[in-house]
Design a protein around this ligand. Structure first.
Ligand code: TTP
Length: 199
């Protein structure tokens, strides 16, 4: 069995991948630095960052399957990544309030043995609820917005900010599981077989 590596430090991605392939993977976070690339649209930005994370780990681990992802929120033409500070989180929450946003995840599966890179961008439409300034402040106090693209976590208390989701829910949390299962299959990794081996 080939070594499967998740190039991520995100506990959410770890849990999501576990949901798909059990304990059949290792975690090796990349040292890639996510810096905004001028002139790139949001989708390409997410993809470039995912590629940067995946390639960094692939270079160190030949003959492995490397999975990497990057999630951003697109609101009114503006790209929202992880908030830098509380004030940043506050302005993101004010911006997405009552709006329809797109959550985009750039996803990369690399077969470092064969030198194959499979990439995709998965988009989920999320309709945000109308909440008051007082409620935004209360949500900020939970600390949940930090480390999350767009300053909210659909899988946490942030569920109360989300009215409707169209598309893959797991994509919003950071890993589009359905698409990932297909991409793994394309390079010869069958998630059904892995799950059986695990049970
Ligand atoms: C919108 C949204 C994002 N997020 C998270 C998923 C990602 O972890 C994070 C976006 O940041 P990313 O830069 O995609 O990932 P990361 O820095 O957490 O982890 P790594 O680069 O090491 O893989 O936002 C949620 O957990 N819930 C949500 O509802």
């Amino acid at each position: 069995m080939r070594r499967i590596i998740l190039a991520s430090s995100s506990p959410r991605r770890r849990e999501l991948l576990k949901q798909l392939i059990g304990d059949n993977f290792e975690i090796i976070p990349s040292v890639y630095n996510e810096i905004m690339i001028e002139g790139l649209d949001s989708a390409s930005q997410a993809l470039q960052h995912a590629l940067g994370k995946g390639r960094d780990v692939a270079a160190k681990y030949p003959d492995s399957v490397i999975i990497a992802a990057d999630t951003v929120v697109l609101c009114d033409g503006k790209l929202l990544g992880k908030p830098a500070c509380k004030e940043d989180a506050m302005s993101m929450l004010e911006m997405i309030n009552r709006r329809a946003v797109a959550v985009l995840t750039g996803i990369v599966v690399i077969d470092s043995g064969k030198g194959i890179e499979n990439t995709d961008i998965v988009s989920t439409q999320v309709r945000m609820a109308n909440i008051s300034r007082k409620e935004i402040t209360a949500y900020l106090k939970t600390g949940e917005p930090m480390g999350k693209a767009g300053a909210f976590a659909i899988q946490g208390f942030g569920a109360v900010l989300v009215e409707k989701v169209e598309g893959d829910f797991f994509n919003v949390v950071g890993l589009p599981l359905f698409r990932l299962s297909q991409m793994l299959k394309n390079i010869g990794v069958d998630v059904f077989e892995l799950m059986q081996a695990d049970s």
